[in-house]
Design a protein. Sequence first.
Length: 187
Amino acid sequence: MRKLSNQELNRLDVEAFKEAPKTPVVVVLDNIRSLHNVGSVFRTADAFRIEKIWLCGITATPPHKDIRKTALGATESVSWEYAQNTLEAISRLEATHQCWAVEQAEHSVSLESFRPEPDTAYAFVFGHEVRGVAQEVVDRCRGVLEIPQGGTKHSLNVSVAVGIVLWDVYAKRAPKKEPRHQGRGGL
């Protein structure tokens, strides 16, 4: 097995990415305090061709060196918008997207059981590193997705949670196709 070079990966450039069809998913960041987490979310959104990121409340916005450091240029490819509060973003998204909080809550849907509807766009709200998604935002969402966990901790790092949810939804929506390289795992 030989590791592929960057040229062999045939990645899109920024302009081609902007023109390419997007996964009909929006990420909403509800008061994320870590700039590294924000940068990581941009990078993950780029990987799965996510439609847009909404940065809400205290969540920092590009350009910022600490976001750029982790995003590795994804702030140039992924569309984003800022809202002073998360409810404002949800209010604007509700007409076109099903809004789901990613949180631990009563009557949540386990991520493994979640089945995205084929012709439906989604907005997934991820919350503050300590307090999670604000209750008023949870109340406004159509549902709550929960990532099953079996360890001693009560939560995952927000950028890890974003990666898990985006991969899961991306994989469930993608048409099934043969692996790009025989016997090769990973991305």
